[in-house]
Design a protein around this ligand. Structure first.
Ligand code: URA
Length: 187
């Protein structure tokens, strides 16, 4: 078994927090592990829990539209979440759950070595970019953190709740695509 599969197997067997008791599936991630681009959401929802695949519900379908609009192939990037198991009724992750789970994402990043990490939403940006990240003010901005160039965009679920944010989302995604082209990143 290679290191990635080994990590996935460990994640699927994890019982570090209470969410392991209510999960149907552990949602480890999907896409191309050799990509330079990693998208990180918050936590699986119902459809993700049932399928074991991130971003396949209503928010995921909207994300797919933005990826398509800027010509980023979902299969050629990697998509994961901060939490690998679904919180009941899709509530926000608890700090203890994030702490229990973040090691898996850190190991994914270590193995993948992406060049760009794109946070999907406030929760991911606060965990990965900075704790006081303000999504309404700082979406679409670039942050260099160690070896990684990072940015955050609105969570697609936030766009479903407030369609006025869609214009900003498209602009941010266009900026991301321009950066991928500028850096000639592997896609
Ligand atoms: N929302 C997330 O943050 N991640 C998913 O996988 C699905 C919905």
């Amino acid at each position: 078994m290679d290191k990635w599969e080994e990590l996935k197997a460990r994640c699927e067997a994890c019982t570090a927090c209470e969410l392991s008791k209510t999960r149907t599936n552990c949602v480890f991630g999907t896409g191309n592990v050799n990509a330079d681009v990693l998208f990180v959401g918050e936590a699986p929802g119902e459809k993700e829990d049932l399928s074991g695949i991130p971003f396949v519900g209503a928010a995921g379908k909207l994300l797919d539209k933005y990826l398509y609009a800027v010509d980023i192939d979902r299969e050629r990037v990697y998509i994961a979440n901060i939490l690998k198991c679904r919180p009941p009724k899709n509530r926000d992750p608890l700090p203890a759950e994030e702490e229990a789970c973040i090691g898996f994402l850190r190991e994914q990043v270590k193995l993948m070595k992406p060049k760009i990490i794109i946070c999907l939403g406030r929760i991911s940006a606060m965990k990965l970019i900075k704790p006081d990240f303000k999504i309404t003010k700082e979406h679409g901005m670039w942050f260099q953190k160690g070896n990684y160039l990072m940015t955050a965009v609105y969570h697609p679920a936030a766009l479903l709740r407030d369609p006025r944010k869609k214009e900003d989302m498209l602009l941010d995604m266009q900026k991301i695509k321009a950066k991928l082209d500028e850096l000639s990143l592997k896609l």
